[in-house]
Design a binder for this molecule. Sequence first.
Ligand code: GLU
Ligand code: ZN
Length: 454
Amino acid sequence: MKSRFAPSPTGDLHIGSIRTALFAWAWAKKHQGKFVLRIEDTDIERSTKSSINNILESMDWLGLEYEEGPFYQTNNFDRYKEIIKQLLNNDKAYYCQCSKERLQKLREDALKKGDKAKYDGHCKNKNLTTGVVRFKNPTQGLVVFNDEIKGEIIINNKELDDLIIARYDSTPTYNLTVVIDDHDMGIDYVIRGDDHINNTPRQINLYKALNWDLPKFAHLPMILGSDGKRLSKRHAVVGIMNYKQQGFLPEALLNYLARLGWSYGDKELFSINELIELFTLKNINKSPAIFDSTKLLWINQEHIKNSSIKNINKHLAWHLQQKNIIINDGPDINKVIQHLQQRSKTLVEMAEQSKMFYQDFDKFEENLANKHFKDKKMLQLLLSKLEKLNIWEADNIKIIIQDVCSELDIGFGKVGQPFRLALSGSGNAGNIDITAELVGKKRTLQRLKMAINF
Ligand code: GLU
Ligand code: ZN
């Protein structure tokens, strides 16, 4: 079994495209099959190197590994030419020299009549030897296929016109190259967005003209924004690599994208292996899905909570680097992750909160400090007790806080809150004893002195 992902390298890889890639990938994995990456770069004017890099980088970050590729269609022009020649020789295609003006007029006339614009076969029997090449679409009969998601689809050939398969400069067009490559690469499942569903009957006619077996087709419903319009920059961040920057785990993004248009009962959280195991084309919804960034954030948080420390470490390292947080001078990062894992919605948040364990600061959050650093006597007492503590462990630190509370006859919050602010600078920290343990004795004492001097 083989499936493929065939993006055109024009702009950043869109979140909808990645969902397509994910479904094709999961379907191949489920069948112990192969997944192919094919870059459809024949539109030379719109294809860019940076977009290709963005595709490769996104696939890599998401862990969507391909067994074959990346293939580039621009490396395959000889093969496309060969097939165009074959179609011409077998009277399955012909040259057309209609002017732009003539085609424009056809369009306008059709529009006036409320018809769909169609080429009228003007050059079909002219035996021209140059021009664009058009495929001779059958003029009668039906194209019937069974879409794996949408069910049976029937199109009358009368609705289809003679498609251009090669441009004036003899470069091939999408509908031809996709058929040739899917055939040559032995693709069994063509899984793609339903914006291509109108192309499929045309492609099927090409397969038939070439006497090639048809793959199976699965057309995925679109992803929409909250206003019901096709998802775009107006609704959400659409470029995949932005999600890495914003601190999402790749498996959380994949989990979310899978649920966008696919379901398995009411289960929301899936590991990658579960996704592969439970995924079926049958369970893909027929109607479009609506993008919901709040849910994505929730899924990310759940994945962070349940992920192994090792895995988080792997992804967090990049964020620490972005923030110039050097982890040599401070506690074991694994302990920090363990401490922050249950309270971070994103890896950016986690990196931000890791800072206090590795970097000194010279200012406290002013308003909070004014409020919490009034009781100098308490801070002094806490400091002097902590100075004497030899085994710097959370349990012992906790006992000291309790001692301070009972000696001064005050509640835990009266010590805990100022202490938390002293340690973090911002008041934003988790469990206070563990925070202090991880900040370390030297830094804790320094910061308490700073609080006393505030
Ligand atoms: N290059 C096409 C696209 O990006 C591929 C469509 C297909 O999968 O056949 O939309
Ligand atoms: Zn013509």
